[in-house]
Ligand binder design. Structure first.
Ligand code: ZN
Length: 449
């Protein structure tokens, strides 16, 4: 069997939401389709043969002792046009944040030249941080959204991209909303067809995603139309659900229903839906998500500033709901999924233990809500892949060769185990320690040695 590259080294891959597996000195063999064609563990009888063959064909790539192979990370919630505003106005009130910072910026993305400049930098930055697949909210205007597709193609990132729909002028600024419900649907359909055309001859395929911004910004007619388009083209759907107090209250005040029920009634809560934030999802909502097979994009950094509560991620996983991680970008300060998984672990500890020191310790937190580094890593990899229904996020035969090679940040002063090394990688890695990133076997960062 011919392999384009054989990587010899140690790797970590999630085997469940609770457990990461470590494999030592394995041979991870990549094929022409950009998949992991074969993995040979060192105790297998064919090990020496595959190793010799790889040497003979000059495709062997042996990692250094302090290097590790990990799956590329998956970001399940990024507002691409908000990139220029990252780290700004994090403590502003929501209305101010949207109307004075976010919407004026997003409106600029009708200018393709501006979009090109911003998106090239964004996609490159995310690759630099080890992120190989991203679920993106674009902007209203397809001129900008097409530039995002081009940037993903140029830098070898798998982009799943949505034209944002905001067809309810009553809740949107004068200068930034779809002209009508009809035009919102036509523009969405035209973007789906454009992405399809742009995929011709491309190795890494991009996907168009149905993207009603959130209940507030959309008409019910528009949402129903989008639900039908999702069905017609068999596409993923992304939106926000019960992101914070304001969003949670909007559905109740205006429709006397839960946010999740409104999404469900309009055909947008399906097993192909990824709902961002969800900090205020209650048991009723979580059960509905579970029934529909709907996933959650957990954005703990952004939620820390705007979420008004902590998503009980452990509870969601126990209910068999798929959960991935999202940086959200401008709702926070970090484009890194590493930083996001750290915050996921910290937020879960705070939810568990509580935060108000005037309350007795035994009543302060909700208890049993902590997640470990294994679970946080799972969310960043296999969990994210499940939400997007992609065969990636794991180092297994048949999965896309979406990989990162990282090295440990500090020397080892005392003896470490594979697990303590793993914890250190999760909590310490920055772009400086990410040596190589591959998407579908193509080098996106670093070089083959
Ligand atoms: Zn968002």
């Amino acid at each position: 069997m011919h392999f384009t590259k054989v990587i010899q080294g140690n790797y970590y891959s999630a085997v469940s939401s609770k457990k990461v597996a470590f494999h030592e000195n394995s041979l991870v063999c990549l094929n022409d389709e950009g998949q992991i064609g074969k993995i040979v563990q060192q105790e297998e009888s064919s090990y020496q043969f595959v190793l010799d063959q790889a040497k003979k064909e000059n495709v062997l790539w042996t990692l250094a002792d302090n290097q590790y192979l990990l799956p590329g990370f998956i970001d399940t919630h990024v507002h691409a046009p908000q990139w220029p505003n990252i780290s700004q106005a994090l403590n502003s009130l929501e209305e101010d944040w949207f109307f004075n910072y976010t919407f004026p910026l997003e409106a600029k993305f009708s200018d393709a030249a501006f979009a090109h400049k911003v998106y090239d930098n964004l996609v490159q930055t995310l690759i630099d941080h080890g992120t190989t697949t991203v679920l993106y909210f674009g902007s209203l205007d397809n001129a900008g959204n097409v530039e995002l597709v081009k940037s993903c193609q140029k830098f070898h990132q798998r982009g799943l991209i949505g034209k944002v729909v905001m067809d309810n002028p009553a809740e949107c600024p004068d200068y930034y909303h779809d002209e009508s419900t009809e035009s919102a649907l036509t523009d969405t359909e035209s973007f789906i067809q454009t992405v399809d055309k742009m995929n011709a001859g491309q190795f890494i395929k991009m996907q168009a995603v149905i993207t009603p911004r959130y209940l507030t910004s959309c008409t019910l007619e528009g949402m129903r139309g989008l639900g039908k388009l999702a069905k017609k083209y068999d596409l993923l759907i992304q939106s926000h659900c019960s992101e914070n107090n304001t969003e949670d209250a909007y559905a109740l005040d205006n429709y006397n229903k839960r946010d999740s029920e409104m999404l469900d009634e309009t055909g947008l809560l399906t097993d192909k839906s990824i709902m961002a934030h969800g900090t205020l999802l209650n048991d009723f909502d979580l059960d509905l998500f579970q029934e529909r097979g709907t996933s959650i994009a957990h954005c703990p950094v952004s939620n820390g500033f705007h979420g008004t509560a902590v998503l009980p991620v452990k509870k969601a996983l126990e209910k068999d709901i798929n959960v991935g991680l999202g940086t959200d970008i401008c709702g926070g300060y970090e484009p890194s999924i590493y930083q996001t998984l750290r915050q996921a672990a910290m937020a879960s500890a705070m939810l568990s233990d509580g935060v108000d020191n005037s309350i007795a310790a035994d009543k302060r937190g909700v208890g049993d809500a902590r997640i470990t580094a294994d679970t946080a890593f799972y969310l960043a990899t296999a969990g994210g892949a499940k939400t997007l229904q992609l065969n990636t996020g794991v180092i297994e035969e048949g999965a896309f060769a979406d990989l990162q090679i990282v090295h440990s940040k500090y020397p080892e002063f005392i003896e470490q185990t594979p697990y303590t090394r793993f914890e250190k990688l999760m909590y310490e890695t920055t772009p400086n320690e990410i040596d190589v990133v591959l998407t579908q076997g193509l080098v996106a960062k670093g070089e083959l040695k």
